[in-house]
Design a protein around this ligand. Structure first.
Ligand SMILES: Nc1nc2c(ncn2[C@@H]2O[C@H](COP(=O)(O)OP(=O)(O)OP(=O)(O)O)[C@@H](O)[C@H]2O)c(=O)[nH]1
Length: 298
């Protein structure tokens, strides 16, 4: 009999939600970077093991909204935890719970949503008695259905998280083909891969003021080559200069790293062309947010 389970990953920004999702799925479908708020939209990962299909939704990290875009991101979290079977609540074991996380946990408790505590980054916690105390404290405050200490970067405990999720599956059809691992359109994945490189290569305020739009993505008829044209939007003329770099070196670096990732992902040689354009203050303009597909329609 086939079974399915829908799970949302939630937790504070930078806790390691996207890293965990990529580790479970075994493919890089969500952007990972040390900068908070890397994840902007919902990304669905799908994994089918035998009769059981697990469907995961990654959410933007919880934080205090400061721009219209962050308002949309917080709404995405609230929508993603409504109407699902379980929540993987990812918490950095070296950090205390924030006000936003406490609020989310209270609403999950009220809705009686099974919530698995995934205590991540245990590689950073050498004092195991401290870790046990943290687990005891969090479990005393919230009725988690299970607690799994993990280190995503060291691939420690990921299989246990998967087992806990599988145990929550209910008899149901598989909603996606068994071989599929994401429902994200290829263009969205390609844009995310390029954006991840920018987040990793550039510091300060430039990275969060960028959006990537894939203008063209087409396989050549006559050879195994995928042409991708991407526009990187930034908020200021000065940011454009940083993104392009001296003699175009930064843009070339971004494009080279992104191309390698894209080729690995799509199993085809990629010809990637990137352009940089300025769209002032796009994060506070509803129309532009909609254009980039970053809003959440009602
Ligand atoms: N030391 C350590 N670092 C980790 C671990 N898991 C993730 N990280 C790092 O933590 C940072 C944030 O990881 P992400 O997966 O982007 O976190 P996120 O929760 O999706 O972040 P947002 O998109 O901002 O919500 C990255 O630099 C990861 O490499 C871990 O187990 N140990």
């Amino acid at each position: 009999m086939t079974k399915s389970v829908f799970v949302t990953l939630a937790g504070h920004t930078n806790a390691g939600k996207s890293s965990l999702l990529n580790a479970i799925i075994g493919e890089k479908i969500a952007s990972v970077s040390p900068k908070p708020q890397t994840t902007r939209t919902r990304i669905t990962g799908i994994k089918t093991v035998g009769e059981t299909q697990m469907v995961f939704m990654d959410t933007p990290g919880l934080h205090k909204p400061t721009t219209k875009l962050s308002g949309h991101m917080l709404k995405a979290v609230k929508d993603a935890v409504a109407d699902i079977d379980a929540v993987l609540f990812v918490q950095d074991c070296t950090k205390p719970l924030s006000e936003q996380e406490e609020e989310l946990l209270r609403s999950l408790e009220k809705a009686k949503t099974p919530t698995i505590l995934v205590l991540n980054k245990i590689d950073l916690c050498s004092d195991k008695s401290k870790l046990m105390a943290t687990i005891a404290r969090l479990n005393a405050a919230h009725p988690f259905s299970a607690t799994v200490p993990v280190s995503v970067t060291e691939a420690d405990g990921i299989d246990l998280v998967e087992q806990e999720v599988m145990a929550l599956a209910q008899p149901a059809p598989h909603y996606f083909p068994d071989e599929k691992f994401t429902d994200q359109p290829e263009r969205v994945l390609a844009a995310e891969m390029i954006r991840e490189k920018i987040l990793n290569l550039l510091r300060d305020e430039v990275p969060h003021g960028i959006a990537v739009s894939i203008e063209r993505m087409k396989e050549r008829d006559d050879k195994d080559l995928l042409d991708i044209d991407a526009t990187i939007y930034c908020e200021r003329e000065s940011h454009k200069g940083i993104l392009i770099g001296k003699n175009g070196t930064m843009l070339r670096k971004i494009a080279t790293l992104a191309r390698k990732d894209l080729e690995r992902f799509f199993y085809i040689q990629v010809n990637l062309q990137c352009w940089v354009k300025v769209k002032e203050d796009w994060r506070n303009k509803e129309g532009l947010i909609h254009n980039f597909g970053l809003d959440n329609p009602e």
